[in-house]
Design a protein around this ligand. Structure first.
Ligand SMILES: Nc1ncnc2c1ncn2[C@@H]1O[C@H](COP(=O)(O)OP(=O)(O)O)[C@@H](O)[C@H]1O
Ligand SMILES: [Mg+2]
Length: 245
């Protein structure tokens, strides 16, 4: 493999910072997520992973730092501005509309620059893609937690995004659904999408990510392929070395 060039980087995050009062959630974090690959973003609880996703997607405003995407700095943009540029995400705690059906959840995505008919066709296709066909007319609140995660995942794909950020997609998802989800994630990668997964399930991270980024106390402490990360002293120390408050 040759050197990593700017063209290989989808999201280039430099010295990103965000504090909540005295808590420095993201504390000068620099990350370069490779284009067209599945990356893992891991770290102990409270290490700043979700905040990083929030900063990337305009859900939170960075105190400082840059987020380069296609030559543009996304830092400080509003969520819809980031979304329009082809970056989408799912949330650690699912945000499906429980009082709406599966299909309605899919169709309520805004910023779709297509006709209602095309949107509908796409929604049907994605519902099939995540094997929720039978539940298309069901209220989202009646789905299992794992099925809600799949719905949120499918909804994130309505705009055909280029970058997909998944915050703990495996949590609460049963093994069968998880295998489906992982197959879908690989399918997206094969179609050239850039995927970043925040996940506690080490099997998911180690077996499915090309590159892993490790955060602790708001900074990146390690980066590399799974085999390297598994034996990295700093990573082992961060996970097992000390008691965390
Ligand atoms: N909105 C917020 N207000 C105050 N503190 C927050 C907020 N969001 C996150 N934090 C704090 O920032 C730190 C990082 O949190 P988070 O990014 O959720 O970590 P992770 O996703 O890695 O578990 C934690 O100490 C958390 O309590
Ligand atoms: Mg989190």
């Amino acid at each position: 493999m040759g050197p990593v060039t700017a063209a290989d980087i989808a999201l280039d995050i430099r010295d990103l910072r965000k504090a909540f009062g005295g808590v420095r959630a993201v504390d000068g974090c620099t990350l370069a997520f490779p284009r067209g690959k599945i990356s893992g973003l891991i770290g102990p609880n409270g290490s700043g992973k979700t905040t990083t996703f929030n900063l990337l997607t305009g859900v939170a405003m960075p105190d400082s730092g840059q987020i380069f995407y296609k030559g543009e700095d996304l830092a400080g943009m509003k969520p819809y501005q980031v979304f329009r540029r082809g970056i989408t995400r799912t949330f650690q705690v699912t945000r499906v509309f429980r009082e709406m059906t599966v299909l309605e959840n899919m169709l309520c995505v805004t910023a779709l620059n297509v006709s209602e008919r095309v949107a509908r066709a796409r929604a049907y296709e994605l519902i099939d893609f995540v094997s929720l066909t039978r539940l298309r007319g069901e209220y989202a609140g009646r789905l299992s937690y794992g099925q809600q995660k799949l719905l949120e995942f499918a909804r994130a794909l309505m705009t055909d995004p280029e970058v997909i950020l998944l915050d703990e997609p495996a949590a609460g998802v049963n093994r069968t659904l998880l295998q489906d989800l992982l197959a879908h994630i690989h399918g997206l990668q094969e179609r050239g999408k850039t995927i970043v997964i925040v996940e506690h399930d080490m099997n998911v991270i180690m077996n499915h990510c090309a590159r892993i980024f490790v955060m602790d106390y708001g900074v990146k402490i390690a980066e590399g392929p799974p085999a390297e990360i598994q034996k990295d002293e700093r990573v082992i120390e961060a996970y097992f070395g000390r008691r965390r408050g």
